[in-house]
Design a protein around this ligand. Sequence first.
Ligand code: NAD
Ligand code: UD1
Length: 343
Amino acid sequence: MSENRNILVTGGCGYIGSHTVIELIHHGYTPVIADDFRNANRKVLEGFNELLSFVPEIHEMDICDRKAMKALFASKKFHGIIHFAADKAVGESVENPLKYYHNNLEGLNVVCAMALEFGVFNFVFSSSCTVYGEPNGVKEVNESSPKSQPGSPYGNTKLIGEQMLADVHNAFPKFKVMNLRYFNPVGAHPSGALGEFPIGKPNNLFPFITQTAIGKQECLVVFGNDYPTTDGTCVRDYIHVCDLAESHVKALKFLENQSGNCLEYINIGTGRGSTILEVIQLFESRSGLKLNWKFGPRRPGDVVEIYANADRSRDVIGWQPKYSLSEAIDHAWQWEQRIAEIR
Ligand code: NAD
Ligand code: UD1
């Protein structure tokens, strides 16, 4: 590795970013965070302190602010960039698409422009399995599986983001790009020091389960029971957030070893799908609680069944998940109980 270990982590105070910051430090990198806390809770600073006994360097700024970003890049030499900062609420993106096209694409545009201007050529992008859209007839998708249109403006920004990065790479082949297509990140740090702080009513399954179990939500509604799956409920590939965090370190190390001309797409999932009922049953058996849930209508736009073909993550960047779904559930539940105390 070169001497310079500074990694710009945009959105590093968010759910996935905060776990990645810890992982970077454990691997000898120096994360420098740019985050304006629009979707982060300042309690994350306590989590950093608890785990590291210090708080990493944080620049509280909007990454779309070109002037502020230029000043940051001028003041610090970066070795690589992990670009998390984006808005991610699917429903909101349908109601307010321009917010998403602005933040997710202008943000990426500014970060890329700075990377080129200041010669930072290792770039990791937070993409999503949403780029596959509804995988027609295929359940296990690999990186070259045919794509249909993503189901939301949010999903479109990820697909367009990948295309933007490919175009920039083609124009400047020294600019090395790793697109990580996350499946469903879940769980929390095993220490209980970090996790997700969903704002308002959660849209995602895991926080809804744990908030129901703790009494913050009355009842989990399972969206649809008549899908063509083993038990009629949708199938997803749930990946522990710490495993996901580690994949970013592997991706960076991979990029460092490429001399140039590197444009990669890698699924980050376990390779295993679980139905919603399987997740509920596992939650009940791990927590010893009876969850209040009922079936409701299908959620419009839901993909029926998708999970990762995880061969490339193993073969190209040497990454494999370590945590089981049971552990992800344990950690998510531990985290929910912890934030109930501090709320
Ligand atoms: P998050 O909202 O917890 O984290 C994003 C962070 O970026 C937040 O701390 C927010 O304050 C910050 N941010 C957003 N816009 C910013 C801006 N303009 N300037 C400065 N800071 C800004 O989200 P997350 O779950 O950690 O997701 C991280 C990335 O991974 C996102 O790009 C998301 O689209 C992608 N992703 C997430 C999931 C998921 O299920 N969580 C799945 C696939 C892909
Ligand atoms: C959602 C987004 C996707 C995004 C991903 C991030 C939609 C349509 N898709 O995907 O773009 O990349 O989050 O992780 O929103 N469920 C319930 N009841 C609930 C909540 C969820 O039954 O209260 C079900 C959903 O219908 C789905 C499964 O649980 O079948 C997982 O849902 P969720 O956590 O929202 O993730 P995705 O649908 O995979």
